[in-house]
Design a binder for this molecule. Sequence first.
Ligand code: GLA
Length: 426
Amino acid sequence: MNDLIKKTIFSLVLLFLIISGCTGRKSDSTNIQETPAASTMDNLALTPPMGWNSWNPFGMNVSEKVIRETADAMVSSGLMDAGFTYIVIDDYWQGTRDTTTGILSCNPDRFPSGIKTLADYVHSKGLKFGIYSDAGTMTCGDNPGSYGYEENDAKMFAGWGIDYLKYDYCYCPDYGSENNDYKMAIGRYRTMGDALKATHRPIIYSICEWGPRSPWLWGKEVGGHLWRISYDVGDKWDEPRNEHSQIGILTAIDAMTDLERFAGPGGWNDPDMLVIGLKNEGFIKGGGCSDEEYRTQMSMWCMFSAPLILGCDVRNMTETTKSILLNKDIISIDQDSLGKQAFRVLRLDGMEAWKKPLSGNRIAMAFLNRNSRAGFISVTLEQLELDPNVDYEAYDVWKHETVKQPEGGMAVTLKPHECYVFILTE
Ligand code: GLA
């Protein structure tokens, strides 16, 4: 078959698939989404994206049913109103790639109505819809990747009404020499970034290279709105960085340290998704965390202006999980318009103080106890790099009240692995 015939077949099949949803088994009547101007892409993610992703709770068991029920639960639980708007299907939505046409289909058993129909459903709830692919020949779960098909896939995703793409880095050759390795990653991410821009649809571009090639240095330049800075976070408190296993919450906190200058409106350091509420019952495991540890993940991710991507089964949340995820005060710190990532100002016997400038001349201050024993920290305003002449008012974002603090300083008693967060106003 010559190239012209191949291209013509591809275009016709692509058009058909866009209109009918990916399997073509069932067509639906919704038209292709309107396509706003390209400049809209640059105004995306002015605050860190918030949503839900299927990987942590469902992994390879994701399905159309799960996504629909999750969309319903995001609305009924109040998560959508709290700002969690993106529903992202991670790996395992794919079927096969037709090597003649290049068309990638979805898994017809788990997604019988096709992706477009599902995206329409999610949109009808007022939510946004995201999908996953990979810069290599295959995804991390051995499904077809987008390498060599970036333009085709981007067009197809845009036609389906996708608002967010998580783009992984499995099955990319390891070039050995550091420089070439960097160049390859930048090149591959730029190719997809350009392809997404060319669709003129505002699509959040989530770079998932895990950190070894420092994506904070080039993520924004290739069109990214967020970039993973570390390996997958498991449902566990602490485990050192290791390419082949999931890391703990504390390990991810450490990986975020000193990266504050690379985050800001439009582009964010991503320490991975939330494990809050998994209780070792999700697809990804790790032994589970205490509610205190989950609360600490929420606190520190918000201090970091990290993307808040939920990773639990939102159809079945405990009251405690809901109270952590729906805390509007802590979310307001994450979504603050200044978009500053917290930096550490103090470390004392396993206790730490983190500071994040907020809009309106306010400051968020977090105290973290890394130790597995309770602890007490009492420090002066100078030690916290605060103005000793100001009588700050301290609002406790977990108690939702203004609390008294010692004159000229701050003091807190912390449970093991606990994190206290205050908003300080002059
Ligand atoms: C990688 C990513 C995860 C998830 C899986 C899917 O491990 O880091 O977040 O997307 O792939 O296979």
